[in-house]
Ligand binder design. Structure first.
Ligand SMILES: [Zn+2]
Length: 86
């Protein structure tokens, strides 16, 4: 899986965050991640909060998150992640 783009955009329509599944209205600044996996392009939107969580994970790139999984992982590992923030 190769990451092609990772940038912050102001959304032109509502998008659901891939990490936490919450819907964010248009005009929200979200991080868009475009990857190509076995010749297939896919893009996902991430809210600011999930983007920050993602930045604190060293190995997120190796794992493919399912929709909403980031938030579930985060809640389970909350203590660990908080310690990384210090
Ligand atoms: Zn989110």
């Amino acid at each position: 899986m190769d990451q092609l783009t990772l940038k912050i955009v102001k959304t032109r329509q509502p998008h659901n965050c891939w990490g936490c599944t919450k819907e964010f209205p248009k005009g929200t600044e979200m991080t868009i991640s475009v990857v190509v996996d076995q010749g297939e392009f896919s893009s996902s939107y991430w809210c600011e909060e999930c983007n920050e969580i993602m930045n604190n994970l060293d190995d997120w790139n190796d794992d493919e998150f399912l929709f909403g999984e980031l938030r579930r992982n985060y809640e389970e590992d909350n203590n660990e992640v908080s310690m990384c923030n210090l």
